[in-house]
Design a protein around this ligand. Structure first.
Ligand code: ADP
Ligand code: MG
Length: 383
C-alpha cells in the first residue's frame, strides 16, 4: 500500500489531472505532475510539477524516483520512455495497457483478438489503399486516424462514393482505421475501478450525448433497461481484468435499438463521462483512481442522487470581431442550489475547448436533465 503522505506522480497536466490532484490531496497525498507545457490546469494545483518533454528519460527518471507510484491522466504519452523507467517506480496501469488504448488499431485488434464486441473495422497502413478499405467495409462509414484522435478530431464520415476522394486526401500518409457507421439508439459508458488485488467496482452507467463529436451531456444513471446496464458493467469488468488495469478504465459503448452493445473506445484513466460522480456518488471517480493506484480499499460507487453533467466549452463565451464581449453567465449556475460548478482554470477559451463543467443533481434523471438544459441555455446567455 502507498499510504497517505506519500507522493503520487501523474503524467499529464490537464483537467483530469487537476481533479485527480484535488482528490489525492484531500486524502493527504502529495501530487507531482509531469507535463511538457508550463501553466497547466493540474500543475497549478499540485504540490510539485516538472515541465519537460515525455521523451526526456533523465527528467522522467528523476520524477519517478521521487514518487511512490505513478499514473497518467492522458493517453498520448509515448510508451518507449515509460519502458525505460519500468524498474524505478510502479506505473498504474502498466505501459502495455496505455500502448493498447492509445492507438485505435491496436485497441480494436485487441478487442477482436479477445472476443469483445466491437464495431466492424479495417486497418489501413500509412501507404495503404484507403479507398479499397472504404468500399470493402461499405458506406456509410467513419475513417479515423490510428493515433492521437480525441473529441472527434482526426475522423471523417464517408456517406457515399462521392466523399471517398476527400477522405483519401485528408488521411494521406496516415495510419487509419475504417469503421462501419453505427446507427445507435444511444451511447453509454461504464467506468470500472480495479485494484491490484483484482477487486473491481463499477460506477453507474452513464448515457452520453455528443454534439459535434464532443461530449455535451452525461445522464446518470443511463436511461437504458437494467439488462443493458448490467451487460455493460459485466463487459467493463471483463475488459479491465483481461487488460490488467490497476486504476480506472472507461469504456465507451454504442447501444443498438435491440439493446446490443458494442465497444467504441477504451480509456485507462478518469473520463469526462465520470465527472458526475464528484457530486452524485459516495466516492468520485478521481478518489477511486487514487484508492486503486495506492492500494487503498476501493470506495462505494453508489449514487446519492440522479445527476446530469454538462460540459462547458469555450463556445459559452461570446465573441464579436475577435473580441470577447461576454463571459458565460456564471451567476445563473452558481445561483441554483441543484447545480455544482467546476472550472479548470484555463485562461484562453477556444471553441471546442473544455473549460469546465457543471453537474445538476435531482431525485430523477428527467428532472436533472430538464434543469441542466435550462441552466446551459442561461449560461450561454440563451444563444
Ligand atoms: P474520440 O472520442 O476519440 O474523438 P470516438 O471514436 O469516440 O473518438 O468518436 C467520437 C464520437 O463520434 C462518438 O462518441 C460517436 O458519437 C461518433 N462516432 C464515432 N465512431 C462512430 C461510428 N463508427 N458510428 C457512428 N458514430 C460514431
Ligand atoms: Mg470517444
Amino acid at each position: 500500500m502507498v499510504p497517505p503522505g506519500k507522493t503520487i506522480g501523474v503524467l499529464g497536466g490537464g483537467q483530469l489531472g487537476r481533479m485527480f490532484a484535488h482528490a489525492a490531496e484531500r486524502l493527504g497525498y502529495r501530487v507531482h505532475i509531469y507535463e511538457p507545457a508550463a501553466g497547466s490546469p493540474a500543475g497549478e494545483v499540485a504540490a510539485l510539477e516538472t515541465n519537460a518533454p515525455y521523451e526526456d528519460v533523465a527528467q522522467l527518471r528523476a520524477f519517478a524516483e521521487g514518487c511512490a507510484v505513478v499514473t497518467y491522466e492522458f493517453e498520448n504519452i509515448p510508451t518507449e520512455p515509460l519502458r525505460q523507467i519500468e524498474g524505478v517506480v510502479t506505473l498504474h496501469s502498466p505501459w502495455r495497457v496505455l500502448e493498447i488504448c492509445q492507438n485505435r488499431t491496436r485497441e480494436k485488434n485487441w478487442l477482436r483478438q479477445h472476443g469483445f464486441p466491437h464495431v466492424a473495422f479495417l486497418e489501413v497502413a500509412a501507404d495503404g489503399d484507403l479507398a479499397a478499405a472504404i468500399q470493402s467495409i461499405g458506406m456509410p462509414c467513419v475513417v479515423k486516424t490510428a493515433d492521437f484522435g480525441y473529441d472527434g478530431k482526426g475522423q471523417m464520415k464517408v456517406g457515399d462514393a462521392g466523399a471517398i476522394a476527400a477522405a483519401v486526401a485528408a488521411f494521406k500518409n496516415q495510419r487509419a482505421v475504417v469503421e462501419k457507421f453505427i446507427t445507435f439508439a444511444c451511447e453509454v459508458s461504464v467506468i470500472v475501478a480495479r485494484a491490484a488485488s483484482g477487486d473491481m467496482r463499477t460506477f453507474p452507467v452513464a448515457e452520453n450525448i455528443h454534439t459535434h463529436h464532443i461530449l455535451d451531456f452525461s445522464i446518470v444513471p443511463a436511461r437504458v433497461p437494467a439488462t443493458v446496464a448490467e451487460a455493460a458493467e459485466r463487459l467493463g469488468k471483463a475488459i479491465a481484468e483481461k487488460l490488467g488495469v490497476v486504476g480506472l478504465l472507461a469504456i465507451e459503448l454504442f447501444v443498438g435499438a435491440d439493446g446490443e452493445i458494442l465497444v467504441n473506445e477504451l480509456a485507462p484513466r478518469p473520463h469526462n463521462s465520470g465527472h458526475a460522480t464528484m457530486d452524485a456518488c459516495v466516492t468520485s471517480q478521481f478518489e477511486q483512481h487514487v484508492r486503486a493506484v495506492c492500494g487503498l480499499p476501493l470506495g462505494s460507487p453508489a449514487m446519492t442522487s440522479a445527476a446530469v453533467m454538462v460540459n462547458i466549452l469555450g463556445d459559452a463565451w461570446t465573441w464579436q470581431d475577435g473580441r470577447m464581449t461576454a463571459e458565460p453567465d456564471w451567476a445563473a449556475v452558481l445561483g441554483d442550489a441543484r447545480a455544482r460548478l467546476h472550472l479548470y482554470g484555463k485562461r484562453e477559451p477556444r471553441v471546442g475547448r473544455k473549460m469546465g463543467h457543471f453537474t445538476v443533481v435531482a431525485s430523477t434523471v428527467d428532472e436533472a436533465f430538464r434543469v441542466a438544459r435550462e441552466l446551459k441555455a442561461k449560461l450561454h446567455r440563451s444563444r
